[in-house]
Write a protein that binds this ligand. Structure first.
Ligand code: MRU
Length: 355
């Protein structure tokens, strides 16, 4: 399927089902899964078949819409209690991306006060669709604000996948890269492979190739060397949760890049919607970091690469202190240090204001 601007990895079907791209099968196969079962969405988020902070939020909201359609409840209190049970399950799937809880809270808030069950069902669906559409719009604006930050002819490094596959469409870090490419400002992308689950090699490489953007895939461990060799003008990554002071959780390995960027005098940018900002958390120390199965480190696609049974650790995210971040690009504008002030004002103007 050619990658168009409005490519989206998830769709709400008019018959009341969700259709999503099974990302664990990329890039070898493009498998689309249709479901009317909220539990299947929760499972897909846990398995990373659906992944990336904004997409996790959108999928969770659609999961609640499926739950709203499938509950047998006839009175509002039972309806709301069934929805809350599904929300608890969805919320438990992944701890780091704040977009998940943000989206669930937005749906539950919209339903509150709608006493008629069939109206409440409609509101659930409409709110999930609005979260999806808002995210596409936010990504486009992130692209518009982010592209001018790059120098003409920019060579940009990115980590993990913060593209259309991680959002409602278009992408955050890849949104900036797409917009810069369209504006003729981008020369080349260095895509880090992103061990252990290879989101860079499998997903970012797939997206960039579909879009015809020139890029080179590199091992994560080559990032510093590429900077020393003068091959990187800027680093742009996405985020899973940004604390009130600008400390940012993103895919593990991002912190190294930020420190390396500072050592090599290269600007390091975060691109994320305001729905990824968590003003309730003062600093990165309060961000929960997901620990995934050690088998993902000991194996590659199920093939063992380490001696049987060795101890392995698999933290899925790390936290980059705000002091390493040159700017945070959101749909409401570009935030700079001191982030305590800039993030608060961006959140008042962005999609976060809907929550
Ligand atoms: O574990 P993943 O693949 O969900 O991690 C994704 C990332 O770390 C992304 O950079 C982040 O969610 C931003 S996506 C726009």
């Amino acid at each position: 399927m050619p990658m168009k601007d409005l490519f989206t990895p998830i769709k709400w079907l008019p018959e009341g089902k969700v259709c999503f791209l099974e990302q664990t099968r990329l890039p070898r196969e493009e498998v689309w899964v249709e479901t009317s079962d909220c539990a299947r969405i929760a499972d897909a988020i846990e398995r990373l078949a659906i992944r990336g902070a904004p997409l996790i939020g959108i999928a969770a909201a659609y999961g609640l819409a499926l739950a709203a359609l499938s509950t047998q409840a006839t009175d509002y209190e039972s309806f709301r209690s069934d929805l809350l049970k599904s929300a608890v399950r969805l919320r438990s799937t992944r701890p780091t991306a704040v977009n998940l809880g943000w989206a669930l809270d937005r749906v539950m808030r919209a339903v509150d006060g709608v006493r008629d069950v069939s109206d409440a069902r409609e509101v659930t669906i409409r709110t999930a669709q609005a979260i999806h559409q808002d995210d596409i719009g936010a990504c486009r604006r992130i692209g518009e604000y982010g592209a001018p930050l790059l120098p003409a002819g920019a060579r940009v490094m990115t980590h993990c996948n913060a593209g259309a596959l991680a959002t409602g469409g278009y992408g955050t870090a890849l949104g900036v890269i797409r917009s810069a490419w369209k504006a003729g400002r981008l020369k080349h992308v260095l895509a880090n492979e992103t061990r252990p689950l290879l989101q860079g090699a499998r997903l970012t490489a797939w997206e960039l190739r579909e879009e015809g953007i020139p890029f080179t895939l590199i091992p994560d461990s080559a990032a510093g060397l590429m900077m020393q060799r003068g091959k990187v003008d800027a680093v742009v990554t996405g985020a899973d949760r940004i604390a009130a002071n600008g400390d940012t959780a993103n895919k593990v390995g991002t912190y190294h890049l930020a420190v390396l960027s500072q050592a090599n005098r290269i600007p390091f940018y975060i691109a994320a919607p305001t729905s990824t900002v968590d003003l309730s958390i003062a600093s990165g120390a309060g961000i929960p970091i997901e620990e995934r199965s050690p088998s993902e480190v000991r194996e590659v696609h199920g093939v063992p690469v380490a001696p049987d049974g060795v101890d392995a650790a698999n933290p899925a995210f790390d936290v980059t202190p705000g002091e390493y971040i040159a700017a945070i690009v959101t749909e409401a504008g570009v935030g700079r240090a001191p982030y305590g002030e800039s993030l608060r004002s961006l959140c008042q103007r962005g999609v976060a204001a809907h929550a």
